[in-house]
Ligand binder design. Sequence first.
Ligand SMILES: Cc1cc2nc3c(=O)[nH]c(=O)nc-3n(C[C@H](O)[C@H](O)[C@H](O)COP(=O)(O)O)c2cc1C
Length: 199
Amino acid sequence: MEYYELLAKRRMYRHFSSEPIPPEVLEKILDSATRGPSAGFSQGFDFLVLNQKPALEQFWNLALTPQWKEETTSHKGLWNAPVVILPLANPDAYIQRYTEQDKDYSPLQDKDHWPVPYWYIDTAFASMLILNSVVYENLGALFFGIFRNLACIKKSFQIPDNYHPIGAIAIGYPSSSDVSASAKRGRREKSSQFHFNQF
Ligand SMILES: Cc1cc2nc3c(=O)[nH]c(=O)nc-3n(C[C@H](O)[C@H](O)[C@H](O)COP(=O)(O)O)c2cc1C
């Protein structure tokens, strides 16, 4: 698939079949997540990969209420996805990396001195690579927020306290008739979004 064709095809899906993803395909998708940049090459992101039924059920039971599952039309079948990945940002990996000798000139040993939290940026970059690889593999994905029971989800999957899920990515074969949000809302006019030489 050609690169710009891939970008044009990328969109979120919210309905999946439960057909499993071949392990070698999942492996390639996961490998792609390690190809992104990271500040100081800290690589301070991990991934909790849920690909077994009991773990997936446990996740969805905590993340969604039965009532919401019953009532939603926009996300019906999201929970059929055979894989859910939680990208986990780890700030401590960055603080530690910036105390190493080649970085000791920098003020970034203290978390409060970071102009933006690079651990979230890098984890998001890695997530974007997953989303793009999913398109390349003719699968579909949804990046979504975890709005419920986050502490409980961390505890039940033994995610250490200092690792922060930035959301979750459901991946599967889209059984989709849903129209993407970007198609419904339209993209912004480029002339209003790109500011050449001054804002
Ligand atoms: C940080 C982030 C959080 C998102 N959270 C949700 C979510 O909780 N539920 C959902 O259905 N979509 C979620 N989305 C998907 C967006 O709605 C979607 O990317 C956007 O509407 C553009 O549509 P497209 O990706 O299909 O082009 C999220 C996307 C991002 C980047």
